[in-house]
Every structure is written in structure tokens, then in C-alpha cells.
Design a protein around this ligand. Structure first.
Ligand SMILES: Cc1cc2nc3c(=O)[nH]c(=O)nc-3n(C[C@H](O)[C@H](O)[C@H](O)COP(=O)(O)OP(=O)(O)OC[C@H]3O[C@@H](n4cnc5c(N)ncnc54)[C@H](O)[C@@H]3O)c2cc1C
Length: 649
């Protein structure tokens, strides 16, 4: 088949939702208007394409980033200034802003917004706070994706997905939730846990021919027994037998070791090595498990400690090795990953609702309503976010390139304040505040604060954020999934590691598509990494790859993979795909220490603790500051940074 014919079959270059291209006006999607490639590139920010953010000012009507489709997440236009800073560019002649603030927060993610909130609780409602973020929307990873399909609004999460384990949140985080009217137990009502099972749907697995020799979608993962499930897969008989043994036999694969030795050994042994060396599976078992840790770790089982997986309990092979009891230093993962609670704490736009609730609380009139339910459909008024003279201002599309402590009006004894330089629309501006909280990514701070000690900058630079991509695709309907009886599939050896129907959550007037022929959102996850390398090197390699992967490559893979998986259910990518939003996060999850590669640091000496020390009037928040990639950490670090300010007074 010629390349052109193939592209036509996949439906490449068809007209799908692209509100941004049409200046923010909702369009009915589905018409098959062929776009010339250059126009397509323009829409989706491929190299050479113009970012559709430019030209529409934050305070102009029509500025509404959640409705933008195409390449989102760290969209083009958000990262170039920071990369120029990394590469040595400086902005010496910044124009001073006229306004002065009590606090400037760098980073408008959940941590930065929570820091502004906590600070105003302490300093009072008159305190003036400026929040700067390099993206065109606030929320950081907590990103809302909207799709307008005729008169129907569909929501998706472009990053931070769910409130994981809310019972384990700190008192401060729980207090913030109370203030924002978030009552997690209400999700038991909003999340329909029986939605898929009542329709006979369950998890499946898709085996890609590139790795397994043949494409095969096998439904009912592990059902009714592992042996029966595996018999339908392209795995060899030997691999099947080994996997059945792992799941069903209670074998102690480390009989010669004491309990303590086992825990230490497993902390220092990858799951891949454990399977091959200790459980003695044959090598073609590995591709079955390789990507099973992508979603949580951003790397495969070659770079995840077996001990972590034993503790988490999803991976087989440990049932015959009583690993109960406490874990001490050198035994890997110390913090529970919060999965003892059901995974139902999900707003339709993920934790973007938390960010939106924070902005609504910080800026009166920015969105209507006052409950956790009505935030779901509340239309945020972006024109209200950065009003001159307002107590809180959220300034988007603004990349901070320098933060330094300065003396007010000169003289060594003068009280200190902070001067921030940021770049917006290509222009450098400077602005001052009494205090500053850097709730941005640790990795940028060493460049932003060259005056910091080398030791602190090294601490900040140690963790390498995990790159990953959350893609939302709007489909004409759910029929192929119902026909095939799957609501999600692990995709082994494929470009996207997982495909799943959106979570069945209805709340605040937003109704999950109930009927099988209604349009729906599916979620596809892509994790770029380089198996075989240490985790941080995998993350660096994955990030470099992400910045050069075009929207066209994502689109082609979406169409190809869905056709191959779902064709037997009547799916046709050219007909059924209505809209695509690719949320690319080259700097995704905070780096969490990995016992395979990282030493055990004494209390107070880990890189994130050294890195987050107060530097004059500059304080550091963000989930990186706690080396834990969760919303509660983002909130807790915001609280800690504000307490530093309080105790300095
Ligand atoms: C795809 C994905 C899924 C996730 N899912 C979950 C989940 O289900 N549950 C969960 O608890 N956690 C999840 N997380 C983790 C998530 O990182 C945290 O929960 C939380 O949202 C982090 O908030 P933050 O404010 O610390 O960081 P961020 O959200 O990253 O916000 C920091 C902001 O600072 C900005 N910034 C950086 N440098 C500059 C600069 N120089 N100038 C101006 N601004 C700058 C960044 O661009 C960003 O907008 C997920 C993360 C990702 C990437």
C-alpha cells in the first residue's frame, strides 16, 4: 500500500475539532474537510507552525485555553524562553513593572495556587500576590481539556488525574479541601463503579505484532483464569506457563535469605532481574510485564525495584515470600503510594478542578458558584485573572528567568526584597515583592537563581522529572468498546501503553455519556523512555524525544493503534475520531528516589531537602521539593514554604 493510501485510510489530515484554528468558536465536528498539510501544521504547532496562543491576549474576550485542542500540556510557546535561559541567554534590560507585591509566586500549578492561598490566610485579604506561569493556562499539570461536540461539552484531564488516597492527606491539605468545599467522600456518589461491569465490559490486553508476532486484543485480563486468558494470547506456551506459575504458585524464590536480606535484595534488584534471575522465567515473559510500571514510574520493569512492586501488590511472584513487617532504610519505597483507598476521587477534568477552585477562591468573580460540584461546568473568566491593582493576579504566558534577593532602596542594612525578571511576549519585565515562592520545577531554579550556592543548585538539579503524555481522543461513540467488551486495555509493545474509556463520573450537571451511541472521550497514555539505562537517564532520553515528536506522529499512532485494536468492534479511525488533544509533559512527575540507583541519605540530606532550603526571601515549593509526584505533596510543600515566611517575620 502506498504511503498516501495508508494515510487516507487512517483519516490523517481530516477535519477534526480545532477550535483554536477557528478563533475560539465552537464547531460541530465530524465533517470530512481535507486540510492542506501546512494548515494542519499551523493548527497543531508542528515545527514551523505558529502557536495559536500568540495574538490573543489573556485579558481579551475569547481567551479560553481549556478549549484548545492539538498539542497541549507543555505547548509550543511555553518552554522556549526557559530553554534559552538554560542555554545561557540573559535579559539584562528588563522594564520595571509599576506594581509592587507582598508575595510573588512562580508557577501557577496546584502548589503555587495553594501557596498563594495559605499566604493570604496568614497575611490577610489585603495582601497582594502575583502568580506567574509560563503556560497559557493555570493549573500546571492539573490541566483541563474541553471538547465541544455540537451542543455537548465533553471534559477530559490533560494531566493530574485523581485525588489519590485523600484519607492520607495531611491536616493542612485536608483543611484546604474543606475551605474549597471538596468533600472526597462525595465521589462515592458521583463515580459509577458498576458502569462498565454492568455492561459486561472489563480490562483487556492488546498485543502488538511488532513485539509478539501478531496483533491480538484479548479481553478479560486474567479471566476466568490466567491459563485460559493466556491461551488466547500470542505468547509462547513456555511464557504462558511461567506467567501462570508467577500468578498462582506460592514459591519462595529467595529461600536462602532472611526476611531482612530479602527486603534489601529486592530494593536493589529490578523486577526484570528478579523475574529472570530468581523466578527463572524465560525471556519472552518480560515483554508481558515490561510496560506495566509506565503509568506509575515512567519507566519499565528494568528500572523499577522488585521490592516496590512487592509492596504495591499488583505484580506477581511474591506470594510465597512473606515480606510483611516494617521496612527500614535501604529497603526501598518508604511512603505508601496511597492505593489502599478506591481510585474514585476524580473530577471530570481531574485535579484541574482543584486548581480552578483555588483560583475561584483567590480571585472573586473569576468563576461563578461555590461548591465542588458547580466548579465542573463553571466557565472561568480569564479576563478577571490579571486585573491591575487586584489583590491576586495570575499572569500567564510569563516565564521567570531570574529571581534574586535585593536590598530595598540600597544599603547593606536595608530590608531585603525579591526582584523577579520574567519574559512575556518576548519582552523582559522586572517586578518586586517582599517575598517569593518558587513553586515551579526544581530543574529551572539553578538557572533562575545563579546566586544560590552550588550545593543547593546541585540538590535542585538532582531529580529528573518523568516525561509522559496524556492524550484525549473524542470518538463518535463507544460502540466498538461495548462490542468488544472492554473499557480499557493494556497495550503491550505499542506506541501508547494504555487505552481507556474516561472515568464514569457524573457531577455538577456534567453527565458521563450514558448511551452507547453518544460521543465519548478516551484516554491514551504514552511514556517515552529508554529501557536499559538508569531511570534518570531514561527520563532525559524520553524528554529529548518528546520535544521532537510532532503532533502528526502522535496522530498517526493514535489512528493506527486504535484501528488495529478495535477494528473487530467496527471501529474506523477515519470516521470515528472527532478530536484529539495531546498533552505533552516533557517535565512530568516529580522524580521519586529509586533504590536501584539512589543512595540512602540521612534525614535532611537528600537532594530535595538541600534544594528546598530558604534562600534569603526566596522559598521553594512544588511537588519536586518533596520528591513525591502527588497533589498532596504539592500542597504540603506550599504550606511548608509559607511557614518559612511566617517564621521569618
Ligand atoms: C500526566 C500527569 C498525571 C498526574 N496524575 C496525578 C494524579 O492522578 N494524582 C496526583 O496526586 N498527582 C498526579 N500527578 C502529579 C502532579 O505533578 C501533582 O499532583 C501536582 O499537580 C503538581 O503540582 P505542582 O504545582 O507542584 O507542579 P506543576 O503542576 O508542574 O506546576 C508548576 C508550574 O510552574 C511552571 N513553571 C516552571 N518553570 C517556570 C518558570 N520559569 N516561570 C514560570 N512558571 C514556571 C510550570 O510550567 C507549571 O505550570 C500527575 C502528573 C502528571 C504530569
Amino acid at each position: 500500500m502506498t504511503e498516501n493510501k495508508r494515510e487516507n485510510e487512517l483519516g490523517m489530515y481530516r477535519h477534526i475539532t480545532r477550535r483554536d484554528f477557528l478563533n475560539g468558536f465552537g464547531v460541530t465536528v465530524g465533517a470530512s474537510l481535507a486540510l492542506p498539510h501546512s494548515a494542519w501544521a499551523e493548527v497543531f504547532g508542528m515545527p514551523g507552525g505558529r502557536s495559536t496562543v500568540d495574538g490573543v491576549a489573556q485579558n481579551s474576550p475569547g481567551y479560553y485555553p481549556p478549549a484548545k485542542t492539538g498539542m497541549r500540556g507543555s505547548h509550543d510557546g511555553s518552554w522556549e524562553v526557559a530553554h534559552a535561559m538554560r542555554d545561557g541567554k540573559t535579559w539584562p534590560a528588563a522594564t520595571p513593572d509599576t506594581e509592587h507585591y507582598d508575595l510573588i509566586v512562580v508557577g501557577g500549578g496546584i502548589s503555587g495556587l495553594a501557596a498563594a492561598y495559605f499566604y493570604r490566610q496568614h497575611a490577610g485579604a489585603k495582601a497582594r500576590v502575583l502568580i506567574l506561569d509560563n503556560h497559557d493556562d493555570f493549573g500546571g499539570h492539573a490541566k483541563r481539556n474541553e471538547f465541544q461536540h455540537g451542543d455537548r461539552l465533553l471534559l477530559g484531564y490533560g494531566g493530574t488525574q485523581s485525588i489519590a488516597g485523600p484519607k492520607l492527606y495531611s491536616a493542612e491539605a485536608k483543611g484546604l479541601f474543606r475551605d474549597l468545599s471538596i468533600e472526597p467522600e462525595r465521589f462515592t456518589k458521583y463515580y459509577d463503579t458498576k458502569f462498565f461491569s454492568s455492561r459486561g465490559m472489563s480490562r483487556g490486553a492488546f498485543f502488538a505484532k511488532e513485539t509478539f508476532g501478531a496483533d491480538a486484543l484479548v479481553t478479560g485480563l486474567g479471566q476466568p483464569t490466567w491459563a485460559e486468558f493466556l491461551a488466547k494470547t500470542p505468547l509462547s506456551k513456555g511464557a504462558q506457563a511461567d506467567i501462570v506459575r508467577l500468578y498462582t504458585a506460592k514459591v519462595d524464590y529467595l529461600p536462602q535469605m532472611s526476611l531482612e536480606q530479602k527486603k534489601i535484595y529486592l530494593a536493589k534488584t529490578s523486577y526484570k532481574d528478579f523475574l529472570l534471575r530468581d523466578a527463572k522465567v524465560q525471556p519472552d515473559v518480560i515483554p508481558f510485564f515490561q510496560e506495566s510500571t509506565y503509568g506509575l514510574y515512567g519507566v519499565g520493569i528494568d528500572a523499577v525495584p522488585a521490592g516496590d512492586l512487592a509492596k504495591l501488590g499488583y505484580h506477581p511472584g511474591f506470594a510465597g515470600m512473606d515480606l510483611s513487617g516494617p521496612y527500614g532504610p535501604g529497603m526501598g519505597l518508604e511512603i505508601t503510594r496511597q492505593d489502599s483507598e478506591p481510585y474514585i476521587y476524580h473530577f471530570p477534568d481531574g485535579n484541574a478542578s482543584i486548581a480552578r477552585l483555588l483560583v475561584r477562591a483567590l480571585i472573586p468573580g473569576s468563576a461563578p458558584g461555590n461548591t465542588m460540584e458547580d466548579i465542573v461546568l463553571a466557565k472561568m473568566d480569564y479576563a478577571k485573572l490579571d486585573q491591575p491593582g487586584a489583590a491576586v493576579q495570575v499572569r500567564l504566558n510569563s516565564t521567570v528567568v531570574h529571581a534574586r534577593n535585593v536590598a530595598q532602596g540600597g544599603g547593606a542594612a536595608a530590608p531585603k526584597e525579591v526582584e523577579i525578571t520574567y519574559v512575556r511576549d518576548g519582552q523582559a519585565r522586572s517586578v518586586r515583592a517582599a517575598q517569593c515562592i518558587l513553586a515551579c520545577w526544581n530543574v529551572v531554579i539553578p538557572y533562575m537563581c545563579p546566586e544560590m550556592s552550588q550545593q543547593q543548585r546541585d540538590g535542585l538539579a538532582y531529580g529528573v522529572k518523568v516525561p509522559l503524555v496524556y492524550t484525549n481522543v473524542v470518538l463518535r461513540n463507544r460502540q466498538p468498546f461495548e462490542k468488544l467488551q472492554i473499557n480499557s486495555a493494556e497495550c503491550l509493545g505499542s506506541f501508547f501503553g494504555g487505552v481507556t474509556l474516561d472515568f464514569p463520573v457524573s457531577m455538577g450537571g456534567y453527565a458521563y455519556p450514558e448511551k452507547v451511541d453518544e460521543p465519548c472521550v478516551i484516554h491514551m497514555q504514552y511514556v517515552p523512555c529508554a529501557p536499559g539505562l538508569p531511570a534518570r537517564d531514561q527520563q532525559r532520553a524520553g524528554r529529548a524525544q518528546l520535544y521532537t515528536t510532532t503532533f502528526g506522529t502522535f496522530e498517526r499512532n493514535i489512528r493506527d493503534q486504535l484501528n488495529r485494536m478495535l477494528a473487530a468492534g467496527g471501529f474506523d479511525a477515519a470516521r470515528d475520531i472527532q478530536a484529539i488533544t495531546v498533552n505533552r509533559w516533557p517535565h512530568g512527575y516529580a522524580y521519586e528516589y529509586n533504590s536501584l540507583y539512589d543512595p540512602v541519605w540521612p534525614p535532611g540530606k537528600s537532594p530535595c531537602e538541600i534544594g528546598r532550603a530558604a534562600f534569603g526571601n526566596i522559598h521553594i515549593a512544588n511537588s519536586d521539593a518533596g520528591a513525591f509526584a502527588y497533589t498532596n505533596e504539592a500542597i504540603d510543600q506550599a504550606w511548608r514554604a509559607v511557614q518559612e515566611i511566617v517564621s521569618q517575620r
